[in-house]
Design a protein around this ligand. Structure first.
Ligand code: KIV
Length: 285
């Protein structure tokens, strides 16, 4: 087991101050969380992307708080010291600040999160303010926000033009003023990300496909290892094809069962002759 001390907001701010980039990954289950903890990943996001990567939906919209809490609890069991962020699912915060505070509180109380994340700019500033006022660290999320993908016109770069980029820069400032301890910029041009990072005073700026000039980087775990069958976004780096390794193992198993080369002697247990004879005898009576 890792000897690492618990990663806290103080740890993260201190890394940012020293110019040490923060590593961040998505994770949805116990065994993967265990590996990420061993690898020393600083922050883990239990994203509502689990709707697509783990539950097979076409979008993140059907994901519920119950889904999120169950997966987040499993991740916390596997990664006790990583800074753990629960992602507020669709309609867990949009309708009212009361919903937002109550559901953010569930992540903290039921899944031992260190923070929550929600999507949206200025229109969500009051939610961030209320959550932070309740003593819960809150992450903002700007640029490509998957819960609004229909309104954004698909999974595409956000803030390409000056006017749209200005709105993202302003939104980042508004979320920071509302108390967001960190802001994720997803799929915005690198120079916009750099500008926001330079202007940030109290918020950590994290990049997902938005270039190197941020306080840290986020990747979707399934994209890193070829584990999402439908597509791999262009911005993702593939570090290995676990999907291929698993598929060839499954094919080999299927074949070995059929040609009776599995199980081999080392895959099962025998019984002493006298015990077996006694068993057979007892059944004869
Ligand atoms: O749900 C998620 O994994 C996310 C990332 C896309 C940032 O919100």
């Amino acid at each position: 087991m890792t000897e690492r001390k618990k990663v806290t907001l103080t740890t993260l701010y201190s890394k940012a101050e020293k110019g040490e980039p923060i590593s961040w990954l998505t994770c949805y289950d116990y065994p993967t969380a265990y590996l990420q903890e061993q690898a020393g990943i600083d922050m883990i996001l239990v994203g509502d992307s689990l709707g697509m990567t783990m539950l097979g939906y076409d979008s993140t919209l059907p994901v519920t708080m119950t889904d999120m809490i169950r997966h987040t609890q499993a991740v916390r069991r596997g990664a006790p010291t990583a800074f753990l962020i629960g992602d507020m699912p669709y309609m867990s915060y949009q309708a009212s600040t009361e919903d937002a505070v109550r559901n953010a509180g569930r992540f903290m109380a039921e899944a031992s999160c260190d923070a929550i994340k929600l999507e949206g700019g200025r229109e969500m500033a009051d939610r961030i303010r209320a959550i932070v006022a309740a003593g819960i660290p809150a992450f903002g999320h700007l640029g490509l926000t998957p819960q609004s993908v229909a309104a954004l016109g698909g999974f595409r770069l956000q803030g390409k033009g000056a006017a749209q980029a200005k709105r993202i820069v302003e939104d980042a400032q508004i979320l920071e003023e509302a108390g967001a301890c960190a802001i994720l910029l997803e799929l915005v041009p690198d120079r916009v990300c750099e500008l926001i990072t330079k202007r940030a005073k109290n918020s950590l700026i994290m990049s997902l496909g938005s270039g190197p000039n941020a306080h840290g980087q986020l990747l979707i775990y399934h994209d890193m290892f070829g584990l999402y069958p439908k597509f791999t976004p262009k911005m993702a780096k593939v570090y290995g094809n676990a999907g291929e390794v698993i598929l060839s193992g499954l094919q080999a198993y299927n074949q070995e069962v059929k040609d009776q080369t599995f199980p081999a002697a080392e895959n099962y247990f025998g019984m002493k002759d006298d015990e077996f004879e006694a068993l057979v005898k007892s059944l004869d009576n």
